[in-house]
Design a protein around this ligand. Structure first.
Ligand code: UDP
Length: 238
């Protein structure tokens, strides 16, 4: 009837910056709680939700490398930052009585479960929210690539990329008032026009596994639920 959710299982990618809210650095508890609310409404409506959270609000490997640290070391620090963000999100979800598991690509046994694909599947089937921490577990990758990888492994119907704006534009809408939003793009459009959506390895992986990418704004209240119902404003990449 067009009323129910369109997607049965989705992966939501949130950047670390999104969790900063109004702060200049770190985690804004109010923002984390708002995102938890968005996830709660989607999960309660019957869509299985998993998450990949970035770490850019705390640490970026590339900036550490620029300052003279070995790139791989900086990247491991970046991955650890995503674990902190994941724990903050888990705690906000659990305050809302949403069962949540953090599965880390880098095993940190005292803190969370290690990432085991079949275990993650089982959690999802039980309706638990699964947070994939520590990216891919490998340096020289990003959490965007981790999002495309986990979405492929979990058999997600869609990868939802939360950004500051409500889709992909032909110019930066924050700077160019005449910038127009694309309703639909192909993976190839994104790659060949070098549109800043996700990095190329993430786009290629989604393309290979035919997972649509939906770009939307996490700053609009209720937007996550809207997109899962194929309503509201977003750009779909197929
Ligand atoms: N990172 C990594 N491998 C991964 C995912 C992340 O090395 O598979 C590191 C990398 O240094 C990156 C940092 O973790 O800069 C934070 O992740 P990202 O930049 O993707 O976070 P976001 O921009 O989404 O906040």
């Amino acid at each position: 009837d067009g009323q129910g959710p369109v997607y049965k299982r989705v992966l939501l990618k949130i950047s670390g910056e999104a969790l900063m809210g109004g702060l200049a650095y770190g985690i804004d508890p109010e923002m984390v709680d708002r995102v938890a609310g968005e996830i709660e409404s989607v999960s309660k409506a019957g869509t299985e939700v998993c998450l990949v959270i970035g770490g850019g609000n705390i640490f970026r490997g590339i900036s550490a490398a620029a300052a003279g640290m070995e790139r791989a070391t900086g990247d491991y620090m970046g991955m650890l930052a995503t674990v902190m963000n994941s724990l903050a999100m888990q705690s906000a979800l659990e305050r809302r009585n949403i069962q949540t598991r953090v599965l880390s690509a880098l095993p940190i046994a005292a803190v969370c479960e290690p990432y085991i694909r079949r275990r993650a599947m089982r959690h999802m089937e039980k309706g638990r929210v699964v947070i994939f921490a520590a990216g891919t577990g490998n340096p020289f990758f990003t959490t965007d690539t981790a999002a495309a990888l986990r979405a492929s492994e979990m058999g997600c119907d869609a990868l939802l990329k939360a950004t500051k704006v409500d889709g992909v534009y032909d110019a930066d809408p924050m700077k160019v008032p005449t910038a127009t939003r694309y309703e639909r793009l192909s993976y190839m459009d994104v790659l060949t026009r070098d549109l800043k959506v996700m990095d190329a390895s993430a786009i290629s992986l989604a393309r290979e596994n035919e997972i649509p990418i939906l770009v939307f704004s996490i700053h609009n209240n209720g937007a996550f639920a809207e997109v899962v119902h194929a309503r509201g404003r977003y750009t779909i990449i197929t």
